[in-house]
Design a binder for this molecule. Structure first.
Ligand code: NOJ
Length: 530
């Protein structure tokens, strides 16, 4: 059997430092503040924190526009503050990974400034230039709502530069081996400090080749194998997670092979929209189909599953018909849409229906994979669709009902605190065992208490004629090879009561209830039966 690496069985938490807790009173969260909130994160039962970009940056893409790879954004504190945060997390048994933005820098990065000013600068070749801006015409535009082209003319340089995201984010040139070394040095800087790994951003786009869509190219995979060789030889055990929003067949190569590995963990993008699709349609087929289409991954690797993150709920990995349907269902107002997705948070997407929130969590926390929870979703935070871009899902964490939800003493916070905060906050939910917060804790604890859910196999369970043979009921088993039973995960995806025939008495881990015989499944019911 494959070795059980820690990440295979971990639950992750996505932390946006700017949003979490402001200790120095400037209206931006900082590492000092986050240290005070580590006990909250620990209380959720998670094992590892992913820190979104924390680098100096003009924040035109919330830090995914890096101006210095080996420092901390001054709003978030100092390198010493980061070290203190890391030590405090480790002292609580929490691992910490950070974001490695590989594909591009900010245009304010000194490399780009030097490159644009001097054709003969050694930094010129750190970026991708053109006299005409006509090359690589088959590469799609990712930020469709704002960018007209992947090329932008730079007056200072007198040439066009290539960018897959905002025009303030010039792509690095991976045909230049110096760029590899720069990125490796940046990784070494943080790994030497003791971080546990990286979530590596936007990796499908590292290389460009004429006549291709400039995604998932063989050269990209060769570079990623080189990166993994560096990690394995210098920092064995450090975790690399791939952010590649791709179909399963294109995702699989990012694990590499046993001889030439790339990432230990890959986000499974295509599952995510199908969970929402299934709950809205009251129909399990989208979930069953995508899991049946997901190829076997190499031993020792893992998928990362999620319901929401800091980006729009991406609909890139569904058909155009489903995308249109999802927009109609989940984003009826145009301002709720962005690029190929939906810029809303988890609970409002679910009509603030606690049954659906519980169902989706029970689903994603029982599927194979390492689940990650986005900050704020553990209390069912709302979104602010009046803020532009993806900002409406990145508002300050709501701790209590005091000024600025206890996030900051400042008179102005980086984005406004959500108006709901007096009702929706951590303190208000502490005491109520049925609050989102306590349900999150209970679900994570229940998952982590079951080896079969942490690392077991998965098999579909027939929903037979006696149960109406319908597609509203989703049932699967998670089990270890030496167990015959494991955990039976049972879900009613629809808003109507359903039934399911149990062949023996079982106990629901989620409610403590005993269940036997022909059991009734309430609308949106979720059970983990042992
Ligand atoms: C993916 C990140 O999740 C997103 O927030 C960012 O805008 C792009 N990569 C570009 O870095």
């Amino acid at each position: 059997m494959a070795q059980n690496y820690w990440y295979n069985e971990s639950v992750f938490y996505e932390l946006y430092i700017r949003a979490y807790c402001d200790r120095d009173g400037d209206g931006h969260g900082d590492f000092r503040g986050a240290i005070e909130k580590l006990d909250h994160i620990k209380s959720l039962g998670v094992d590892c924190i992913w820190v979104m970009p924390h680098y100096p940056s003009p924040l035109l893409d919330d830090g995914y526009d890096v101006a210095d790879y080996v420092n901390i954004h001054p709003d978030y504190g100092t390198l010493d503050d980061f070290k203190a945060f890391l030590a405090a997390a480790h002292a609580r048994g929490l691992k910490v990974i950070t974001d490695m933005v590989m594909n591009h820098t900010s245009d304010r990065h000194p490399w780009f400034q030097a490159a644009r000013q001097d054709k003969n600068s050694p930094y010129r070749d750190y970026y991708v230039w053109s006299d005409t801006g006509t090359e690589y015409a088959d590469a799609r535009i990712i930020f469709l709502d704002t960018e007209l082209s992947n090329w932008t003319y730079d007056e200072v340089a007198g040439q066009y530069f290539w960018h897959r995201f905002y025009s303030s984010q010039p792509d690095l040139n991976y045909d230049n081996p110096k760029v590899h070394e720069e990125m490796f040095d940046a990784m070494r800087f943080w790994l030497d400090m003791g971080i546990d790994g990286f979530r590596v951003d936007a990796i499908p786009y590292l290389y460009e080749r004429e006549g291709t869509n400039c995604e998932n190219l063989p050269e990209t995979h060769q570079f990623l194998q080189k990166m993994r060789r560096m990690i394995d030889s210098e920092y064995p055990g450090a975790l690399l997670i791939a952010e590649a929003n791709q179909w399963p067949r294109d995702l699989l190569p990012y694990f590499g092979t046993p001889e030439a590995p790339e990432f230990q963990v890959c986000f499974h993008f295509p599952i995510m929209p199908r969970l929402y699709q299934a709950v809205k349609a009251g129909e399990k087929t989208p979930i069953v189909d995508i899991l049946n289409d997901t190829p076997q991954k190499p031993a020792g690797t893992q998928w990362m599953t999620f319901l929401r993150n800091h980006d729009e709920l991406t609909l890139e990995m569904v058909t155009p018909e489903v995308r249109q349907w999802m927009w109609e269902q989940y984003a009826p107002e145009p301002r709720m849409r962005l690029n190929m997705g939906i810029r809303r948070r988890l609970l409002p997407l679910l009509d603030s229906d606690k049954r659906k929130w519980f169902l989706l969590h029970a689903l994603f926390l029982s599927l194979p994979g390492a689940p990650i929870i986005y900050y704020g979703d553990e209390i069912g935070m709302g979104d602010n669709i009046w803020l532009p871009d993806r900002h409406g899902c990145r508002t300050p964490m709501q701790w209590d009902d005091s000024k600025n939800a206890g996030f900051s003493d400042a008179d102005k916070t980086y984005f406004p605190v959500h108006a709901e905060y007096a009702q929706v906050n951590v303190a208000a939910q502490e005491a109520d065992p049925q609050s989102y917060l306590n349900l999150t804790r209970a679900l994570v604890r229940a998952r982590q208490s079951q080896p079969a859910l942490r690392r077991g196999e998965m098999a579909w369970v027939e929903v037979g004629q006696e149960s109406g043979g319908n597609t509203a009921v989703l049932a699967y088993r998670r089990f270890l090879p030496d167990e015959s039973e494991g955990v039976l995960c049972l879900f009613n995806l629809s808003d109507r009561p359903q039934t399911f025939a149990l062949h023996r008495e079982r106990v629901d881990l989620l409610s403590g209830e005993k269940m036997a015989g022909e059991v009734g499944l309430r609308p949106f019911a979720a059970h983990w039966l042992v």
